[in-house]
Design a protein around this ligand. Sequence first.
Ligand code: AMP
Ligand code: ZN
Length: 466
Amino acid sequence: MSDLRLFNTLTRKQESFTPLEPGHARMYCCGPTVYNVVHIGNLRTFLWADLLRRFLEWKGMKVTMVMNVTDIEDKIIRDATKAGVDIFTFTAPYTQVFFENLDTLRIRRADLYPKATDHIPEMVDIVKKLEARGHTYAADGSTYFRISTLPGYGKLSQVELAPESSLSRVENDEYEKEDARDFVLWKAKKEGEPSWQTELGDGRPGWHIECSAMAMKYLGETFDIHTGAVDLIFPHHENEIAQSEGATGRPFVRYWVHGEHLVVEDAKMSKSAGNFFTLPDLIAQGNSALEIRYALLAVPHRTKLNFTKHSLEDAKSALARIESFAIRLDELAKGSDDRTAVRGAELAQRFLRDFEDGLDDDLNTAAALGALFSMIREANTAADRGELAPADAIVLRAALDRADLVLDIVRREKVVLDADIEAMIEARAAARKRRDFKESDRLRDELLAMGIVLEDTPQGVRWRRK
Ligand code: AMP
Ligand code: ZN
């Protein structure tokens, strides 16, 4: 079995992926901050994380995948206060929309979706460990991480001094810090804000500590993969490393995998900028969920994705090509010719090898889809020449289905073939002839259930799709 090579932000290199525990990969994905509906930029990031999980499984690994739901953080508190409701009431509908969108886009659910507010004791525990190891200081009832106490601070983002622009998310957390780059672990209670009475005082967690606590609780102090989009490299992931490694003295994450943004006219799609599309919007405009899925996965995760009408049109025609190929294979498979598979078997084998090679190369979905379309082109030519026996079609269809375990872009509803419908209509006519009305009615009902309407005409029975 060939190795998957992933670009690791920590080393700035592609590395062969081997999980810490043989055959079992553990991954943590930064999930949504549920102060608004998810947009398709967020969904792009969740989609490739699922693709990575599916591909590891495809290669025979067991995968444990955890994705957090950030349900307490500055913007949530700000907007819940504005709406005059508590944070739980405020975040519940956005959390629900997030799950609905995952299902619509065929993004498989992670094994676990821990919520930050359910893990306050675990966060306090880490802060206490950091305190004991001399990494913190208190000011005005808040607890901060003193980054000068950790020699490796900055190893992920490789920032010497954080550029001004990257400091904005830190500044949100700012109370009485000694160094601008220090960050808050525990914030003192503020009037009107939700708070927890803990050993650290009355207050609430900083944003970064949430992920360290949930990741280590479910995946261990050292685990394999951590994902997110590039905006999270600094400060969020840098600070996750500082807190986790500061508390345990062990490496936190082995492979840091970051994806590029989805952009619209060169601007990052973001909730705060308000330039975002949602999945329901795009569907209401007449795009199918499968087309959107295809458009999102066709661009490899480390390449910026410029989301345009054009990308959706391309997705539509690519999917149509795949679907008509699948139908053609199903028709061919019905033939009575019993030659063994030769040409089809050869094409299927080459396709699966190229498909895997493509994804092995840092999850290069463009190369994997390229392999699929080469296979389709060559198989169509072979079929035109009568070189494909039913056995070939069956082998090719099996290869398509195997690749689809990762891609999940082939329509699942059973495609009803014209030939099947005509065979059923003939069977119904025969039943009527022998006055077996029970059978003829059953066939008519079955056809109706498939959306086929029958019309008796002087020329015989005609049919159409509803
Ligand atoms: P948030 O809900 O803002 O915490 O983001 C959830 C996930 O979506 C994180 O991994 C972000 O890095 C990612 N993300 C945010 N904006 C975009 C974007 N425009 N394109 C791709 N991923 C994004
Ligand atoms: Zn996170």
